[in-house]
Design a protein around this ligand. Structure first.
Ligand code: ADP
Ligand code: MG
Length: 243
């Protein structure tokens, strides 16, 4: 079992053409902590997350795991250490649930078939879906599909997990199961960076809540400080709209 690592962003800048999407992002997530990133649409939350596993390269600044810059690392190796879960589960529709989980184990971790299957079954069991191993994704609810996507990420034994609005595409009655799985992971000591609109989750599970606005983390702190004693008018305005 891998141990978690800390995540730090230092003055991260990124522009798409003339659109300066990240304008000096700083964020610190200690080992085993959970940071929830909140903020309006278009403020750069997804882009921030993508710089951590280098789906996007920052123009300037640094991204550190346990204090070491990842910007010189091999991106494939980095993505084994940093698991990511998306809003649209991104499962392969033509493969069984089991195969969706074993694929990366075989291709990336080069495990032989029987070992990959054993790891995958263990992870599916952990997310409560051992019985669905042979189903196709389309036979599962959205919530179950998202739990498969989480199992797939966990199978690679990541040291950090990134979640980008993991429950935003789910029917309301399916949200809770995914959030409780995420809360369990957080309680188990996984370092997590979670972009979410679920303010209840942020309040209960996060160690740090970071409010993104127009490409910067405008305010960050413990949930109580952010939700009950916000300093910035823009954060207060945002909270008045979402709470
Ligand atoms: P959020 O997740 O907070 O809604 P994003 O990080 O997705 O915000 O997007 C921030 C800004 O960056 C938006 O203006 C968006 O249009 C732009 N953007 C995001 N990804 C790309 C991309 N691959 N190419 C060009 N512009 C992008
Ligand atoms: Mg986004």
């Amino acid at each position: 079992m891998n141990t978690s690592v800390s995540v730090s962003l230092r003055d991260v800048h990124l522009a798409f053409g003339a659109n300066r999407v990240l304008r000096g992002v700083d964020l610190d997530v200690p080992r085993g902590a959970t940071a929830c990133v909140i903020g309006p649409s278009g403020s750069g939350k997804s882009t921030l997350l993508r710089t951590i596993n280098r789906l996007i390269e920052p123009d300037r600044g640094d991204v550190l795991l346990d204090g070491r810059s990842v910007l010189g690392d091999d991106p494939d190796r980095l993505r084994q250490r940093v698991g990511m879960v998306f809003q649209q589960f991104n499962l392969f529709p033509h493969m069984s649930v089991l195969r969706n989980v074993t694929l990366a184990l075989r291709r990336i971790r080069k495990l032989p078939e029987d070992e990959a299957v054993a790891v995958a079954r263990h992870e599916l069991d952990r997310v409560g879906l051992a019985a669905k191993a042979d189903a196709r994704p389309a036979q599962l609810s959205g919530g179950q599909q998202q739990r498969v996507a989480i199992a797939r990420a966990l199978a690679l034994q990541p040291q950090v997990m990134l979640f980008d609005e993991a429950t935003s595409a789910l029917d309301p009655e399916l949200v809770k199961g995914v959030l409780s799985l995420m809360a369990e992971l957080s309680a188990g000591g996984m370092t997590m960076v979670v972009v979410t609109h679920e303010m209840g989750f942020a309040r209960e599970v996060a160690d740090t809540v970071a409010f993104m606005d127009r490409g910067v983390v405008l305010e960050a702190g413990a949930p109580a400080a952010v939700f009950e004693a916000a300093e910035h008018p823009r954060l207060r305005q945002f909270l008045s709209q979402v709470l």
